[in-house]
Design a protein around this ligand. Structure first.
Ligand code: CTP
Length: 406
C-alpha cells in the first residue's frame, strides 16, 4: 500500500510515545520507508533503539550531530519526506511550529519541509482546552497541516477528558488517505448500509444489531478515492459521509426499490446492509393491545433478497455481498457467493472478538469465484473498507486487461 513512500515520523515527549511505535510498525508493514526523529523528551519515554530496530533506519535526535548531518541532515530529511507525521504531538511542538520556532532537529526539519504534515496531538485535557494552544492549533490547520482530533476518555495524567492519543490503526487510516490514489474515478458505487426495520405496528418493529459503520466506512473511503457514491442506508446514528448521494430507507422492500432505481447508473454495488430476511405479514396501523394473551405469534413472510435479484440483473457490474455468519464461515459464504452470482463476498464470523456488529473493527475474509481467498487480521473498519476497495480496483483492472487481450 505504501511501497516507495518516504515518511518522516517526528516523536515528541508524552506518555503516548509507546503507541507511536505501533504506528511506525503499521507504516513499515505497509511498505513505507520511515525515518524517525525524536525529541529529547520523547527519548525519556522510549529509547531510540526501539524505533531504530522497527524502522531499520537510524533515529535522528540532534541538530548538530556531524555524523548524522553528513549521512542525512535536516534539510535532506525534510526534502525526502512524502509525508511528515508528528505523533504524539505535544502542545510544545505545536506551539513552536505555529510560531515559527526552530530550536531542535524536529522543529527545524518541520520548518524546512514542504511535505504534507499530519499532527496527532495528545495531552492533558486542560492543556488541550487552553485558548493559546487552540489558537496555535488553528494556525497549523490554516496552513494546511492535517490535525487529528484526540479522543476523550481517561488520560494518563489521571484526568478524564479530551486529549487521548487515538488508536494507531485510526492514525494509519489517515496516513493511507494522504497517499490514496484516486483509483476509483469513473466508478459509480451503490453502498447499502445499516439494518432494515420491519414494522409490526406504530410502536414495534423487527430489526437487527447492525450499526451501519462498515457500510459508511466503505462509502467514505470510495469517495476519497474518487468514486461517485450512492449510500442507501437503513436507520443508523451515524453522520452521513460528505459528498455521497444519501438515500435513507427503512424496510427491506424500500431498500430493494431504491437500489433497483439506482442500478442502471451503477458500475459497482456493495451490499453491506444487514437486511431483514422476514417481515410481518400484516402491519397493524393501530398499536396492538396485549390483552390477556400469554403468547403472541407474529406471522412473518420473506422479504425480497435484494442481492440475489442484483445477481440476476448485474450485467458487467461488480457485485459485492457480505456474509455475517456464526458457524461454517467459509462454506456458508461460498454458498452465498455462488447462489447470488457475486464477484466477491466479505465473510465475517460475528462470534469472533473484534468482528461484527457495532464495534469499530472487523475481522474478515474476502472470497472470490476465481481467485484465492484473502484473510485479513482484525483491522479498523476504515482500513477494511480500503482493503475491500483495493480488491475492486484489482477486479476492474484484470477485467480491462482481459478485454484488451494483454
Ligand atoms: N441480503 C439482501 N437481501 C436480503 C437478505 C440479505 O440483499 N433480503 C444481502 C445482504 O446485504 C448481504 C448478503 O445478502 O450482503 C448476505 O446476507 P446474510 O444475512 O448474511 O445472508 P442471507 O442471504 O440472508 O442468508 P442467511 O440469513 O441464511 O445466512
Amino acid at each position: 500500500m505504501l511501497e516507495g513512500k518516504q515518511i518522516v515520523l517526528g516523536v515528541t515527549g508524552g506518555i503516548a510515545v509507546y503507541k507511536a511505535v505501533e504506528l511506525l510498525r503499521l507504516c513499515v508493514k505497509a511498505g513505507a520507508e520511515v525515518h524517525v526523529v525524536m525529541t529529547e523528551h520523547a527519548r525519556e519515554f522510549v529509547t531510540p533503539l526501539t524505533f531504530q530496530t522497527l524502522s531499520g533506519n537510524p533515529v535522528q535526535t540532534d541538530l548538530f550531530n556531524l555524523y548524522q548531518e553528513k549521512e542525512i541532515g535536516h534539510i535532506s530529511l525534510a526534502e525526502r519526506a512524502d509525508l511528515f507525521i508528528v505523533a504524539p504531538a505535544t502542545a510544545n511542538i505545536i506551539g513552536k511550529v505555529a510560531c515559527g520556532i526552530a530550536d531542535d532537529l524536529l522543529s527545524t526539519t518541520l520548518m524546512a519541509t514542504r511535505a504534507p504534515s499530519l499532527f496527532v496531538p495528545a495531552m492533558n485535557v486542560n492543556m488541550w482546552e487552553n485558548s493559546v494552544f487552540q489558537t496555535n492549533l488553528k494556525k497549523l490547520e490554516e496552513r494546511g497541516c492535517l490535525v487529528m482530533e484526540p479522543e476523550t476518555g481517561a488520560l494518563a495524567c489521571g484526568y478524564v477528558g479530551k486529549g487521548k492519543f487515538p488508536d494507531p490503526e485510526k492514525i494509519f487510516a489517515n496516513v493511507l488517505k494522504v497517499f490514496q490514489a484516486r483509483d476509483l474515478e469513473g466508478e459509480r458505487i451503490i453502498v447499502t448500509a445499516g439494518p432494515t426495520v420491519e414494522k409490526i405496528d406504530p410502536v414495534r418493529y423487527l430489526s437487527n444489531f447492525s450499526s451501519g459503520k462498515m457500510g459508511y466506512a466503505i462509502a467514505a473511503a470510495a469517495l476519497e478515492r474518487g468514486a461517485e457514491v450512492v449510500l442507501v442506508s437503513g436507520p443508523t446514528a451515524l453522520k452521513r459521509p460528505q459528498g455521497a448521494k444519501f438515500r435513507p430507507v427503512t424496510s427491506a422492500k424500500e431498500m430493494f426499490e431504491v437500489v433497483l432505481e439506482q442500478l442502471p447508473e451503477a458500475t459497482v454495488v456493495i451490499k453491506a446492509a444487514a437486511v431483514a430476511d422476514f417481515r410481518p405479514v400484516i402491519f397493524h396501523d393501530r398499536k396492538l393491545k396485549k390483552g390477556d394473551e400469554e403468547k403472541w405469534v407474529v406471522e412473518l413472510e420473506r422479504t425480497p433478497d435484494i442481492l440475489a435479484a442484483l445477481g440476476k440483473a448485474k450485467d458487467h457490474r461488480i457485485l459485492v455481498g457480505f456474509a455475517a455468519e456464526t458457524e461454517n464461515l467459509v462454506e456458508n459464504a461460498r454458498r452465498k457467493l455462488a447462489n447470488k452470482n457475486l464477484d466477491m463476498v466479505v465473510a465475517n464470523d460475528v462470534t469472533q472478538p473484534g468482528a461484527g456488529f457495532g464495534g469499530d473493527t472487523n475481522l474478515v475474509t474476502f472470497l472470490f469465484p476465481d481467485r484465492a481467498p484473502v484473510a485479513l487480521p482484525c483491522l479498523s473498519k476504515e482500513v477494511v473498507a480500503h482493503r475491500l476497495l483495493d480488491q475492486i480496483v484489482d477486479i476492474r483492472r484484470s477485467r480491462e486487461k482481459g478485454a484488451s487481450g494483454c
